[in-house]
Design a protein around this ligand. Structure first.
Ligand code: M6R
Length: 599
């Protein structure tokens, strides 16, 4: 997904912009560019297809001067990746430059209209209309011109605009795309996400939808579309800079997998006081009266919800409905005022999850955000918020965000159970250490991956929570290793999927439900009889599969419903090593973006 950055201050801006764009690389991109204005210099634009290193080379060959500028990493949607389609885009006379993240849905009609006003377009992008519209409305007041422009835009946007008439001014606006403002003593910055700001400041403000901000080096003023000044809370982000760096690991994904014991510990123990669970009383209150819980999210976040359904229904005996947010937002959810919904999102900025949140709120449902990013859209708009303490997750493939979401959902399950959690809480408290024990055996998984990474098909199967986490395991593998992988409820095998099983298939059987071991054993025999290789993941005390499976990987023993936190670490490592062995970059999987802020 595109990334935007901007800076206005006292320093030469191009190194600041390039460094900030580096921090946004994880979002995925296929071209990059910057635009800069100086006191004496006109607007200078440098943009180029390909990696950020191409842009760095271009800027070193054709330097730009100035202390105010904007930058962009583009993830092509309208128009192929090319120099011309890269951002920033400029107006006809090239005095105004714009970067944009989002999709302008009415760009075709705006383009026709502008062409009738003799505007000649250079690119195939939807974004270029914004530069020409700002120019059309510009009469010396940049803020007003941007305000009139955004009133005409349909779709989603986070935009940053500079103009050579104002070498110390940046104007930004947003609707349905994230935009964070960073505040420091002698400069201000903007970015699509927090990591580019971290080495400059921890004090951030968020623009709401349909707001604009005017930034100078000393001041930030936020306005609504009527031009009225808006007051805005300043959030303090306590992520450390190292958390957003690789710190010696080859990839962010591997680093984040290894951060899980600490992330799990922080997420759980920040909610335990004198041996008891202590949640925000309002969340506790909402959950204690809930007899219908809805959970929604996308991708990995949805899988966390699937695990939670099994866990909460089993322990708390409360009906749980789980749906992917892209479906929920368009269907007719049968809920009543007083129902509770948990919106799960690492970024807190996923478009479908935000739309579902707004729908559920309009139906009178009490909404709880479960997110990793302080001050994100979902955290601000939900009635209540619960933060995972995962620290920044940079890799596109979600790992520590998932396991910390699961930890929060387990805590919720125990709160809803209403009886003394006793042994269950003890099991939860052991999970961070058990995750570390598992990571200490990573070489076993690496070796297994080295033998199996070329398999054409990988099927993950299980029952109950093992099935739910199989879905996540299959997603992880397909995302970064591009292997065809699917998940099945093991009992469904005979109803169709077994037709696909042959010698080229690896079947990973998640077996942590003791009451269903015999059933799983039969399923494993069925796939083996068709030539598949079978890997079983089970507890370290279990030997039921020793003779059936080709290989058994053992995880520390815990309450069976809590095992997904451990089994998924095995799948994460397996996916990671398969990706590396296939020569892929696991941090930047093809066609994927970290934060899906458009539909
Ligand atoms: O930021 P979110 O948790 O809302 O993101 C949801 C999905 O886009 C995300 O989990 C995606 O599926 C990841 N690439 C999974 O690894």
């Amino acid at each position: 997904m595109c990334g935007i950055v901007g800076y206005v201050g006292g320093d030469q801006v191009s190194p600041v912009l390039l460094e900030a764009l580096r921090k946004l690389e994880y979002r995925g991109y296929d071209s990059a560019g910057i635009a800069v204005v100086g006191e004496k210099e006109k607007l200078q634009v440098r943009k180029i297809k390909g990696r950020l290193s191409n842009l760095e080379l271009l800027v070193s060959q054709q330097p730009v001067q100035g202390t105010c500028g904007i930058g962009h990493t583009r993830w092509a949607t309208h128009g192929e990746p090319s120099d011309i389609n890269s951002h920033p885009h400029t107006d006809v006379s090239a005095k105004i430059a714009v970067v944009h993240n989002g999709i302008i849905e009415n760009h075709a009609s705006l383009r026709l209209w502008l062409e009738k006003h003799h505007v000649v377009f250079r690119s195939q992008t939807d974004s270029e209309v914004i530069a020409h519209l700002v120019d059309f409305h510009y009469n010396g007041d940049l803020l007003l011109a941007v305000r009139e422009t955004v009133k005409r835009l349909q779709g989603s946007y986070a935009i940053a605009v500079i103009c050579e008439d104002f070498p110390g001014m940046l104007v930004v606006a947003r609707k349905d795309s994230p935009l964070v403002i960073g505040r420091a003593d002698s400069y201000t910055m903007i970015a699509s996400d927090v990591p580019p700001l971290l080495c400059h400041t921890r004090e951030v403000q968020y623009l709401e939808d349909l707001e604009l901000a005017l930034l100078t080096k000393d001041e930030v003023t936020i306005y609504n579309l009527e031009g009225e000044v808006q007051q805005r809370e300043v959030f303090h982000v306590d992520w450390d800079i190292e958390a957003a760096e690789k710190c010696g690991y080859e990839h962010f994904m591997l680093k984040e997998i290894f951060e899980q014991p600490k992330a799990l510990h922080d997420t759980l123990f920040s909610r335990i006081n004198e041996g008891k669970i202590a949640l925000n009383p309002k969340i506790q209150e909402a959950l204690s009266h809930c007899d219908h819980l809805l959970i929604t999210g996308c991708g990995t976040a949805y899988h966390a919800g699937m695990v939670a359904k099994y866990v909460i229904e089993h322990f708390a005996k409360v009906r749980v409905e789980v749906d992917v947010a892209s479906e929920l937002r368009y269907r007719t959810p049968l809920c009543k005022a007083g129902d509770v919904a948990i919106l799960i999102s690492q970024s807190g900025e996923t478009a479908d999850t935000i739309a579902s949140l707004r729908l559920l709120k309009s139906l009178g449902v009490v909404t709880i955000a479960l997110t990793n990013v302080v001050g994100s859209t979902i955290s601000r708009e939900a009635d209540l918020v619960m933060y995972t303490q995962a620290g920044p997750e940079i890799a596109v493939a979600s790992t520590k965000a998932l396991t910390t979401q699961l930890m929060c959902l387990y805590v919720i399950a125990l709160v809803m159970t209403k009886t003394e959690p006793g042994l269950l809480l003890e099991h939860l408290m052991q999970l961070p250490e058990q995750a570390q024990l598992l990571l200490d055996k990573q070489e076993d998984i690496q070796r297994f991956a080295a033998r199996q990474f070329n398999k054409d098909k990988v099927f993950f199967m299980g029952r109950l929570t093992d099935y739910a986490i199989s879905m996540e395991s299959a997603l992880k593998l397909k995302e970064i290793s591009y292997t065809h992988s699917e998940s099945f409820a093991a009992g469904e095998l005979k109803h169709g999927p077994i037709a696909l099983v042959d010698q080229s298939t690896l079947v990973v059987a998640m077996c942590t439900q003791p009451a269903l071991f015999a059933k799983m054993d039969s399923n494993i025999k069925e796939v083996k009889a068709r030539g598949a290789t079978a890997l079983v993941i089970t507890f370290d005390t279990v030997h039921d599969f020793d003779t059936t499976a080709d290989e058994v990987f053992r995880i520390p023993t815990t309450e069976p419903y809590f095992s997904p936190i451990l089994t998924v670490i095995v799948s994460q490592l397996y996916a990671y090593y398969c990706s590396v062995l296939k020569g892929n970059d696991p941090d930047k999987p093809r066609n994927l973006a970290k934060s899906v802020t458009v539909e």
